[in-house]
Every structure is written in structure tokens, then in C-alpha cells.
Design a protein around this ligand. Structure first.
Ligand SMILES: Nc1nc2c(ncn2[C@@H]2O[C@H](COP(=O)(O)OP(=O)(O)OP(=O)(O)O)[C@@H](O)[C@H]2O)c(=O)[nH]1
Ligand SMILES: [Mg+2]
Length: 634
């Protein structure tokens, strides 16, 4: 996902020092003063970002390379310039060596903001020397600047400077001779690029606040609006509650807003099915071509397209949260909870991606350094409700959960919320059990640097949504259509024998396979139609919906074939059966592409076999219990 910054190979020699800081803090002024005319200017290739390198000498005469990195607000890049800075500092910029020491320049009049970046760079494991620049302006404004106290608090050298006048540069050149600095640097480079873990369960803004507080400088550097917003959104109690409320409303909207467009799509597909059916009935294409089009393609694929509005609404919220800068904050909040089951915030991004699809989520576990944490994160990724499960949930909820309000909330949205929560809770329980009963080192790293809040850009949201629509429609036209046609074939041949009374499908291949599978699934209340639909559903979970569409269209006798699936199911299944199927899909082990990805990532069959086995057991158990309990109660 990260487009790595490609830079020209620079054949410099000697230790590399990088100037890092917020825009306009005086990096270039300092760079010019330190290097004089000994500068090389080039471009980072692939991006029009200027790369400036120069040479400088320390007091003891040691020759250093100095790199003037683009100014950045944080290590969450929002522009190509910022990305270059992040990639160079993490050692991910092609053709560029990771710097040995970071020279962090901060504006003495903007300590609250600028110190955050210092902490973030420190956490990357790089030795840091802080340049406290613009002390002339700070002094003119009557701000206290105590470089020594700051140095004690940060545990790194802090040199006060006025870059434009060259003040403090001698002290800086002397500080760069300190041998401990380069020893630390050698250690950091050996351990690179894994960030050094901080056991503290806090984020940078909070740490800067405490630090300024202890220095008695908090009042001189008042909290900005953003910090005050964070004080609420990241509050220990209020934060998680607000997050839960937000997710809750999101799922309410998924049902409430999608109704009208869903009705429209449903009517359009029904109309199309009827029209095509009537047209072909009076042509030479009557018979199996008509059935393939109407019962296979239109009933199957059309049944899935209905759920496009809900997917668009869900991703609208996710994109807005991502763009606004809230999502990393949600990660921070959840890090605390994840810590309680022994996982770190590093698992959050892979798990969050798994809400779209487990495959990118499992691939994102590559960033988890601890092998055991990585395997556990992989194993629980499929428990996050992927978007492919949304159509299945929406179909069953639409058919079986009445549209009414409970305590002012839409019952259907409530159930959907509950299903997502069930997945998350199960994931946490599984992670806890795996952590408890497997061997391995306990490593707890927390990386929390929060990006600034931003008004979401409507254009990028529109583009993001459009991409989701394209992905979804490609799946409808690809795997879903293919599996639907295959199932139609299996469900249509061989035809019924002479004098048969039951619907023809019961004599077909699919009907017979379904009848066999139904023995396995009967204890869960699944009939043969469900059992057979589970098989093509292994290719992609939404295929379950199109398969049910095809199976029931073919099971229908007479002309009511073009009916929508929801009312058919509502009539054909009992409520306990529907609830058991929902419980089954919370675990839903049947996704072949996910298992294939796990095999590729772990290089063996052990992990995918373990994953399929435990998910199947959980799905079967949960569906069984749900079916029994619901049958007893209802
Ligand atoms: N008064 C005062 N002005 C300074 C000092 N250091 C830099 N400036 C001024 O601050 C402005 C920004 O300095 P630059 O060196 O361009 O800042 P930069 O960090 O390179 O900025 P970007 O490259 O945009 O990230 C310039 O007008 C400098 O002259 C200082 O110590 N005191
Ligand atoms: Mg500059």
C-alpha cells in the first residue's frame, strides 16, 4: 500500500545525519549554516521532492553527511514530501541509507506541536539530538526556554540555536562529538527498523502535555483546539463509549438509509427477470437458456447487487473516519483493550483491514515483528466481519428480523451491530486462549503518533467509494457469476424423471449433494438448500446469497420464480434456522481465498488447516447452540 519513495543512489561516505522537523522550523537555515557551500542538490526520483545533502565537520573534525529532509507534521504522511521523510527515517526509501542520527529541529515557540514529532522519531529507534531553534523569537515573546531541563526530560541532548544568526552552532558541533551518540546509533541501526517499544499506554500528545507540565511551561504553550478535542475523544471512559456509539449509529444508518435504493434495485431486477422470462418464453430460447438467464444469472447475481447500497454506506463512514484522522485514534483506544488479551496496537491495522476483507488484513500482519503475535493476528482476522458477509447478514436480517423500533433504535441495525460485536468478542476470546496456551516471548510495543484532524476531502471520499463499487461489481461479474452459473448447471441436470412430483432440482446433482450434506447440517437446522448453497459459498461468502437465489428460483414450481428471495426465505425457513445460519456466518470458515493467503504467508499447510479446523468447529458449535436454544425458547 505504501508507495516507497525511490531516491537516487548517493555515493556519500561517512556517518549520515538527517535534519527532521515541522515545516518552517528552520531546517534549511541550519543546513546552510552548517554546510556552507558544500551542498549537492538533486531530486528524490519518482517524486518532485528536492533532496539536499551537504557535508559538515564536528568540533573534533569528524566529517558528517547532512541530509535536509522535507518538513513534516507527523510520520503519518499526507503528501509526497512527508512520505519521503517517513520512508528515509524508517529505512524504507530505496537507494537511501537509513540515517545514523536524527537532528530534530523544533521551533521554541511551538513546543507543544513540534515535540510530538521528536517523540515519534525517537520511537523509531533513532538516536536524536534536539535543536531548539528560534530562541530569539521565544525570548522576545517572554517565553521561558530551558534547554537543559528539556534535555533531562527527553533524555537526549538539546541545543538552543538561532539558525539565521548562527548562534549555538558551536555547541551543536560539539554535541555531535559525543561518543555515546554514535554507539547508540550503531545499536539502533543493527536493530532497525523495528520501533523501540514503549510500555507506556499513552500517546505522544499526552506525553508532551505531561512534559510541559513538569517543566512548568504548559501555560506558555496552551493546548490547541485539537488537543482539547483529543482530551474528550481519547478519554479513558468517554473515548471507548463514543467509539461504540459511533459504530452503533453507523450500523443503524446502513439499514435506514439503504432502504430506498435497495427497493429500487430489487424492483429493477425483478422487472428484468420477468421481462426476460416472458420474452424468451415465446422464442426458440425457451427451455434451458431461459432458465439459465432468469433462474441463474438474474436471480443469482441480481440477488447480490441489491446489497450494493449498504456496502457503499458502510464504506462511506469508514472513509470519512479514515480521512478525518479518527481511525488511528480508534486504534489507540483499542490498543488498551487489546493489551488485555496480550496483543498490541500493531495488530489493529491488520484487524481493521479485515473488516473489508481478511486477505489484505492477513497480508498486513507482515508489519508485526513478533512471530507469535503475527500468527495469532492472522488466525483471528477472519472473525472480523468482512464486507462479503454483509450481503448474507442483510439478507437474513431483512427476511427474519421485523422492521420495528426497540428503545428508539431500529431492531435490524441492532442485530447487525450485535453480529459485528459477536465477531470481535470471539476474536478477543480466541486471541486470549491462544496467548494463554502457547509458548513465546511477551512483547508489548505501542506506537502511537496521532495525525492531525482534517476535514475529509469530498473528492477523495468519492474516489474511495467508487473504487469499492468497482471492486464489488467485479466480484459480481467474476466469481459470483461464475459460481452461480456452475450451480445453476448442477441444479438443473439431470432433469426430473418421468412422472416425478417433487421439483426437478431435487433429482439434480446439486439436489443429491445437498441431500447428502444435509445429514451433516441437520443438527443445525439447515435444510438441503442451505447445505448446497454453502458449497459454492466457499469461493466467496456473498456467493451464498446468489446460490440461495438460484436454488430457490429452481425449486419454485410455476411462474412465481421471479419473486424476490427475502419473502421466499421468510416463508421457507423457521426463525431458529435463520438465527443458526447467522451464527454460522459469524465464524464462516468457508473462504478458500483466505486459506490460500494464509498458506502463502506462512509457507505451509499447518496454519490454514488449523484456521479452517477451529473456525469450522466454532461455526458448527455456535450454530448448533443457537438452533437448540432458539428452538426451545421460540
Ligand atoms: N528569527 C529567526 N528566524 C529563523 C530562525 N531559523 C529560521 N528562521 C526563519 O524561518 C523561516 C523558515 O526557515 P527555513 O530554514 O526555510 O525552514 P525549514 O524548516 O527549512 O522549512 P521547510 O523546508 O518548509 O520545512 C525563514 O524565514 C528563516 O529565515 C531563527 O532561529 N530565528
Ligand atoms: Mg527547508
Amino acid at each position: 500500500m505504501t508507495a516507497e519513495a525511490i531516491v537516487h543512489m548517493q555515493r556519500g561516505h561517512g556517518p549520515l545525519l538527517a535534519l527532521v522537523g515541522n515545516p518552517n522550523c528552520g531546517k534549511t537555515a541550519l543546513f546552510n549554516r552548517l554546510t556552507g557551500s558544500r551542498q549537492k542538490v538533486a531530486n528524490y526520483a519518482g517524486v518532485t521532492v528536492e533532496r539536499k545533502e551537504g557535508r559538515m565537520a564536528t568540533t573534533a573534525g569528524r566529517s558528517l553527511r547532512l541530509l535536509d529532509l522535507p518538513g513534516t507534521y507527523s510520520l503519518h504522511p499526507r503528501s509526497p514530501d512527508e512520505r519521503v521523510t517517513r520512508d528515509v527515517l524508517t529505512g524504507h526509501a530505496a537507494g537511501e541509507r537509513r540515517p545514523d542520527v536524527a537532528l530534530c529541529v523544533v521551533n521554541a515557540t511551538h513546543l507543544r506541536r513540534h515535540l510530538r514529532l521528536v517523540l515519534a522519531v525517537q520511537r523509531l529507534g533513532l538516536p536524536v539530538v534536539v535543536v531548539l531553534n528560534m530562541i530569539d523569537i521565544a525570548q522576545r515573546r517572554g517565553l521561558r526556554v530551558d534547554a537543559e531541563a528539556l534535555s533531562r526530560e527527553l533524555g537526549v541532548p538539546v541545543i538552543a540555536t538561532v539558525a539565521t544568526k548562527g548562534l549555538g552552532l558551536d555547541e551543536l558541533r560539539a554535541a555531535l562529538d559525543e561518543p555515546g551518540l554514535w554507539e547508540r546509533s550503531a545499536r539502533a541501526v543493527a536493530a532497525a527498523p523495528a520501533p523501540a517499544g514503549s510500555p507506556e499506554d499513552r500517546h505522544d500528545a499526552e506525553r508532551v502535555h505531561d512534559l510541559l507540565d513538569r517543566l512548568g511551561m504548559a501555560a506558555e504553550h496552551p493546548a490547541q483546539l485539537e488537543d482539547r478535542v483529543d482530551a474528550v475523544l481519547l478519554h479513558r471512559v468517554a473515548g471507548p463509549l463514543l467509539l461504540a456509539a459511533l459504530l452503533f449509529l453507523m450500523f443503524q444508518a446502513v439499514f435506514a438509509w439503504a432502504q430506498a435504493p435497495m427497493d429500487a434495485i430489487k424492483e429493477a431486477t425483478e422487472w428484468l427477470g420477468t421481462a426476460v422470462g416472458q420474452l424468451l418464453a415465446s422464442s426458440v430460447l425457451d427451455g434451458w437458456p431461459r432458465s439459465l438467464l432468469v433462474d441463474g444469472v438474474i436471480a443469482g447475481a441480481g440477488g447480490v447487487v441489491v446489497f450494493l447500497p449498504q456496502i457503499v454506506i458502510l464504506f462511506f463512514f469508514i472513509l470519512v473516519l479514515e480521512e478525518s484522522g479518527y481511525l488511528p485514534r480508534a486504534a489507540f483506544l483499542l490498543d488498551r483493550i487489546m493489551g488485555s488479551v496480550g496483543l498490541s496496537g500493531r495488530s489493529f491495522i491488520p484487524l481493521l483491514s479485515s473488516f473489508a476483507c481478511a486477505i489484505p488484513g492477513i497480508m498486513a500482519t507482515r508489519t508485526i515483528a513478533n512471530p507469535r503475535d503475527r500468527r495469532i493476528t492472522m488466525l483471528i482476522a477472519p472473525l472480523m466481519t468482512c464486507s462479503a458477509r454483509l450481503p448474507v447478514y442483510a439478507l437474513l436480517i431483512g427476511a427474519f428480523i421485523p422492521r420495528r423500533e426497540v428503545g428508539g433504535f431500529e431492531l435490524q441495525g441492532l442485530v447487525l451491530f450485535g453480529l459485528y460485536v459477536a465477531g470481535i468478542v470471539s476474536a478477543f476470546v480466541v486471541a486470549w486462549v491462544l496467548k494463554r496456551f502457547t509458548q513465546g516471548a511477551q512483547i508489548r510495543t505501542l506506537m502511537m503518533e496521532l495525525p492531525n484532524y482534517h476535514w475529509p476531502d469530498p473528492r477523495s471520499i468519492a474516489i474511495g467509494l467508487w473504487q469499492r463499487v468497482v471492486i464489488f461489481m467485479r466480484r459480481v461479474g467474476g466469481v459470483i457469476l461464475t459460481m452461480t452459473i456452475l450451480l445453476w448447471f448442477l441444479a438443473s441436470f439431470p432433469g426430473a424423471p418421468e412422472g416425478a412430483t417433487a421439483p426437478a432440482i431435487e433429482y439434480s446433482f446439486a439436489g443429491r449433494i445437498g441431500a447428502l450434506l444435509a445429514h451433516v447440517f441437520a443438527p443445525l437446522g439447515f435444510n438441503w438448500q442451505i447445505s448446497i448453497a454453502l458449497v459454492p459459498g466457499m469461493a466467496a461468502r456473498e456467493v451464498m446469497v446468489s446460490s440461495l437465489g438460484t436454488v430457490y428460483a429452481l425449486s419454485a414450481t410455476g411462474e412465481e420464480a421471479a419473486q424476490a428471495l427475502m419473502p421466499v426465505l421468510a416463508q421457507a425457513w423457521s426463525l431458529p434456522t435463520a438465527l443458526a445460519l447467522l451464527a454460522w456466518f459469524v465464524f464462516a470458515p468457508q473462504c478458500l481465498s483466505t486459506l490460500a493467503t494464509v498458506k502463502r504467508e506462512t509457507g505451509g499447510w499447518k496454519m490454514p488447516a488449523l484456521m479452517a479446523g477451529y473456525l469450522f468447529a466454532l461455526a458448527y458449535g455456535a450454530a448448533f447452540i443457537t438452533y437448540r436454544v432458539a428452538s426451545a425458547l421460540l
